[in-house]
Design a protein around this ligand. Structure first.
Ligand SMILES: [Zn+2]
Length: 140
């Protein structure tokens, strides 16, 4: 999968690829996380309700794509959890505007922030609530 940006912090330590089951197939796996944060959107005009400090119970969905490795995994969910834990820690119960790279923490920018930091990520979707979400996908 081509993508314009490499993950920022993590070296890729992938097991060898399996030349069997996944040949000719595209395999995706997904994982959902949740975090609670406050934010305000500084670039909105005065009077817009989202310019005021408020919070969301965010839901983060990530999709990782790639060929299967020798274990039969695109990626071990435990590896994804280990990769995401420090990122979730940076945003959970925080004012997102104070997080490096999230000075304008729209759902769109939050999705991009995660996308750039997850190895082999194909898609990130961030829900601010049950009805509103933003998604970032890998460039083709
Ligand atoms: Zn908001």
């Amino acid at each position: 999968m081509n993508k314009p940006l490499e993950p920022l912090d993590l070296p890729s330590k992938r097991p060898p690829r399996d030349a069997g089951y996944s040949v000719g197939l595209t395999t995706r796996i997904g994982r959902t996380y949740r975090f609670e944060s406050a934010h305000h959107l500084p670039n909105l005009p005065d009077g817009h309700k989202c310019k005021n400090l408020h919070g969301h119970n965010y839901r983060l969905e990530i999709v990782v794509c790639g060929p299967l490795d020798i274990r039969g995994f695109v990626k071990d969910f435990a590896e994804i959890d280990a990769e995401l834990a420090p990122l979730i820690k940076k945003v959970d119960h925080r004012l997102l505007n104070d997080v490096d790279g999230l000075e304008n923490p729209t759902a769109e920018n939050i999705a991009a922030w995660f996308f750039k930091r997850i190895a082999d990520c194909e898609r990130v979707r961030v829900y601010e609530n049950e009805d509103c979400w933003a998604e970032v996908v890998a460039a083709i």
